[in-house]
Design a protein around this ligand. Structure first.
Ligand SMILES: Cc1cc2nc3c(=O)[nH]c(=O)nc-3n(C[C@H](O)[C@H](O)[C@H](O)COP(=O)(O)OP(=O)(O)OC[C@H]3O[C@@H](n4cnc5c(N)ncnc54)[C@H](O)[C@@H]3O)c2cc1C
Length: 221
């Protein structure tokens, strides 16, 4: 019965919050939806055949459901979602996915999160959902103004890697930061975003002795 209610639930836009010229947060009403931080949903405008996957950006305890979206040049859905208005109902499916943290690990392990661009979204959800989490977050962007919601992370645990300006914490790609600074073979590594970054970091970490079962990845494109 409850499942049926969820399927019939309407997911309405509560707010669009612009973070940069091309990146924005879509906030939906949650409708009591249960999810694990790290899972994703599928979204699209109501009268549109196509839809796309988006990681849930908000935390497990939040009353709303947020996703962080980058408007892609020549993209279809990411452009259309930017134009939705408060009160619009969206096509919605999910949540699904296994890019989640194990309850025991949350209490006992050290995590290294590595995201490129909007690949920071599941890490934002982890950090909001699990206070006290022992994490280091490496965020790879081109320019420092793409440090989305930086205030939501512990400054001691967050490293902004900027490849095209020197206004971040590290000037260079996130892969370069990993090559030079990351050595912990006991930590659990979560990688999210562009596939080339993920492959490169995987190879680097394996060379540094990180076992394959400590590596987890979510590929966006
Ligand atoms: C599990 C999963 C979770 C995802 N979560 C998010 C998320 O939280 N936030 C988010 O913004 N995207 C996320 N994506 C990507 C998203 O599903 C879409 O691919 C993206 O919004 C582009 O869709 P589009 O219809 O606008 O472009 P399309 O018309 O589908 O594609 C246009 C081109 O853009 C490329 N592209 C896709 N994403 C990007 C990007 N970020 N930067 C540059 N080029 C890109 C595609 O490879 C394609 O070549 C996720 C993808 C997956 C598989």
């Amino acid at each position: 019965m409850e499942e049926q209610n969820l399927q019939e639930a309407k997911y309405e836009v509560e707010e669009i919050r612009e973070l940069t010229e091309s990146t924005y947060v879509v906030r939906l009403n949650r409708n009591g939806l249960e999810f694990r931080a790290g899972q994703h949903i599928t979204l699209g405008p109501l009268n549109e055949v196509e839809s796309r996957e988006y990681s849930i950006y908000s935390g497990e305890q939040d009353a709303f459901l947020d996703v962080l979206v980058k408007e892609v040049d020549d993209g279809n859905i990411s452009k259309k979602l930017k134009r939705v208005k408060k009160g619009d109902v969206l096509n919605f499916d999910g949540p699904v996915g296994y890019f989640t943290l194990n309850d025991e690990d949350i209490q006992s392990k050290r995590f290294i999160f590595i995201g490129s661009g909007t690949g920071i979204a599941p890490f934002h959800s982890f950090v909001k959902s699990y206070p006290g989490l022992d994490y280091t977050l490496l965020h790879g962007v081109r320019y420092a103004y793409e440090a989305y919601d930086r205030q939501d992370y512990d400054p001691e645990r967050y490293v902004l890697c900027t490849s095209r300006d020197e206004n971040g914490d590290f000037h260079g790609r996130v892969t370069e930061y990993v090559r030079k600074n990351i050595y912990d073979a006991n930590a659990l590594y979560y990688l999210c975003g562009n596939i080339n970054m993920i492959y490169e970091v995987f190879d680097l970490l394996k060379l540094k002795g990180v076992p394959a079962n400590h590596l987890h990845a979510e590929v966006y494109f």
